[in-house]
Design a protein around this ligand. Structure first.
Ligand code: 13P
Length: 253
């Protein structure tokens, strides 16, 4: 089963637009439900409307959560709030959140708090740039170790990881990552997990690829890039393109 996660980031502006878009995505998701599990991580403010209006085809998630339940955190939301609205997934440690200064410690705390509420964390890791010496491997290793060494052992198998090279994300991306680059890093991440846990856990960990994924390259990231799923930004805001993407990856199963 492929896990396909749409990250809507800070769009759309109106809840009515969000509901219309999700309805269209839900229709396509139902067509491919045998091979694809579709999740939409929407802005918090839309989540209650989406969850109330769309009951089939897709599940919903948040895009981050506070690292503690201390109420004195203006502008934040916590995992209990996500749970109370029926969110079943939550992205943590997205590079756009890390860019605002969120630390590995906070990301670990958020992951633990999400797991405590029985929500599935989608923990993002990825290097800011590639160098010729392989230093980029160490930065990803550190991010993965922080999570897998810190989360209670009995919760580890619930973690979903998303490898998102920061340089390949968004409209200002330097370029798309190649399938070989994705495969190399996903293999490396599995090795890091195996060293902390065991081979079986490493093999069973769901690892997604994200960064400029579209209807043309999605199939290859799944069939050859080592990913069990995808984390998609811009294309998840276009129901037609997202549906073509679903169609293409369903053929890899
Ligand atoms: P794009 O697909 O728009 O590059 O965004 C990727 C991403 O950051 C998903 O979390």
């Amino acid at each position: 089963m492929i896990l396909l996660v749409g990250n809507w980031k800070m769009a759309p502006n109106k809840s009515t637009e969000a509901i219309n878009l999700a309805k269209k995505i839900s229709l396509s998701a139902k067509t491919y439900k045998k091979s694809i599990n579709t999740v939409i991580c929407a802005p918090y403010i839309h989540l209650p409307f989406l969850i109330k209006n769309i009951k089939t085809g897709i599940s919903f998630g948040g895009q981050n959560t506070a690292s503690s339940e201390d109420v004195a955190q203006t502008g934040f939301i916590n995992s209990s709030m996500l749970k109370s609205y029926g969110a079943t997934y939550c992205i943590v440690g997205h590079s756009e959140v890390r860019a605002h200064g969120e630390t590995d410690e906070q990301i670990l705390a958020s992951t633990i708090s999400i797991l405590q509420k029985n929500i599935i964390p989608i923990v993002c890791v990825g290097e800011k740039e590639r160098d010729g010496h392989g230093w980029y491997l160490s930065s990803v290793k550190e991010q993965v170790e922080k999570i897998f060494l810190g989360v209670p052992k009995n919760q580890i198998k619930k973690i979903v990881l998303a490898y998102e090279p920061v340089w390949a994300i968004g409209k200002n991306a330097a370029r798309e990552a190649t399938v070989a680059e994705s495969r190399e890093m996903i293999m490396f991440i599995r090795k890091v997990i195996a060293d902390i846990t065991d081979e079986k856990t490493a093999k069973n960990t769901n690892i997604l690829y994200g960064g400029s994924v579209n209807e043309q390259n999605a199939f290859n990231f799944i069939s050859e890039g080592g990913a069990q799923g995808l984390l998609v930004g811009r294309v998840s805001l276009d129901a037609k393109r997202f549906s073509s993407l679903m169609k293409s990856i369903s053929l890899s199963q």
